[in-house]
Design a protein around this ligand. Sequence first.
Ligand code: NAD
Ligand code: TYD
Length: 339
Amino acid sequence: MKILITGGAGFIGSNFIFYMRKAHPDYELMCVDKLTYAGNLETLEPVMDDEKFTFIKADIADRKAIYETFEKEQPDVVVNFAAESHVDRSIENPAVFLETNVMGTQVLLDASRKYGVKRYHQVSTDEVYGDLPLDRPDLFFTEQTPIHTSSPYSASKASADLLCQAYYRTYGIPITISRCSNNYGPYHFPEKLIPLMIANALADKPLPVYGEGINVRDWLYVEDHCRAIDLILEKGKIGNVYNIGGHNEMRNIDIVKKILEILGKPESLITYVTDRKGHDMRYAIDPTFIYNELGWLSETKFEDGIKKTVQWYLENRSWWENIISGEYQDYYEKMYGNR
Ligand code: NAD
Ligand code: TYD
């Protein structure tokens, strides 16, 4: 089995490579990554010399490079993680989100059609369903919830999902799609809530909480997500969408307080800043379908996952300190300087 993993130098893709290496040591894994600001080859160091692993630096929207890769490598399965993934950046500059998330997906689907694959799996997000109101805790996203996007990021991911479904219906490309909730764990880029708060708390810098901090996200430990994708590849039904999440709903402010508690830092570091434009209120996944079909359940409780995550950031300081010492400084100043 030869699996082409795009975006494998990023957060979830790298965790997926490590997971698959262990779960299926006989599989050949290939990573295609453009190495944008979010991609880090250092992360993949543990597998770089592995003879069953190949790294190819390429843009998924570069048709020539992608066709050449498919022609040469003939993958059986494609798992597309590659994306511009940060909502705040999409609000500042939507164009690159359309280029990578929509056009890049189209190129991968065209290549899958031209060269033939057993499966094309699209890693999507619960953000395609928009948000739920805070006063209706009885409501959850199911696979039947209508697509209703809020940000340029979620609009681009929804467009990619629709393209996958169109290629399935029109050309019979054997697709599956998974829509997961917010992931957390090792190698999470420090522009996202949890690693940003850990890094700032460790530096005794203000923790910028948007609005009142009452927005709710449904947190999924990244390894649980990787296990779900592996199951979908093995047993998922072609054409299906699977929601992946695990009833780990938390308000942002409670997460920030939890991180401060674990690190023994004062709550006086919390600073409320101007809210995100169009900020989604609540995400919450109903995982009944993936449980009934594939027997998947999220195993990591938030309480345990967040402790493991903080521990990882404490033990791997050089990984994230390298990142935040570079161009990240300009990003931080631009996003938070006058907020
Ligand atoms: P990330 O930003 O950490 O990593 C993205 C990776 O894709 C990076 O290695 C980057 O270099 C690469 N990439 C970007 N543009 C590329 C291009 N044009 N060609 C090739 N490679 C390119 O993202 P992540 O958090 O690991 O997310 C992975 C996938 O999961 C994305 O599709 C995202 O939409 C989805 N997702 C993420 C979350 C989450 O909580 N992080 C939740 C739901 C869905
Ligand atoms: P984020 O990690 O960007 O993920 P997403 O927007 O995909 O859910 O943000 C998670 C939540 O945390 C979201 O409600 C926005 C909020 N947030 C802050 O309050 N402060 C921050 O500095 C960041 C990055 C996010």
